[in-house]
Write a new protein. Structure first.
Length: 99
């Protein structure tokens, strides 16, 4: 595939990459805030130990995994003017149709 303007293609690619990087970084910040809020409300030695083991940049230790939710992503995208909302027919609860 030949492009007439390779510089403009490169510029658009760089802008899209930066947007995705910024949105992902912001979503990770929302996840980190959410996980710290849940660990502060939970009473237990494991939550306190995990908070004490965090690295200097605030990242969790390598043994734990972070889970981004749609709420984290939606909050991050809202800062950039993108509104994500679930359709009314989507449900988080699996209900038994027989019952």
């Amino acid at each position: 595939m030949t492009h007439e303007f390779p510089d403009s293609t490169r510029l658009i690619s760089l802008a899209a990459h930066k947007l995705l990087l910024d949105v992902t970084h912001d979503a990770m910040q929302y996840q980190r805030i959410r996980s710290q809020a849940t660990s502060s409300t939970s009473s237990g030695a494991a939550a306190a130990a995990l908070a004490a083991v965090q690295t200097a940049d605030g990242a969790a230790p390598t043994g734990s995994r972070s889970v981004l939710t749609m709420e984290d992503l939606a909050a991050s995208l809202k800062e950039y003017g993108v509104n994500i909302c679930r359709p009314e027919y989507v449900s988080d609860v699996a209900e038994d149709p027989v019952a």
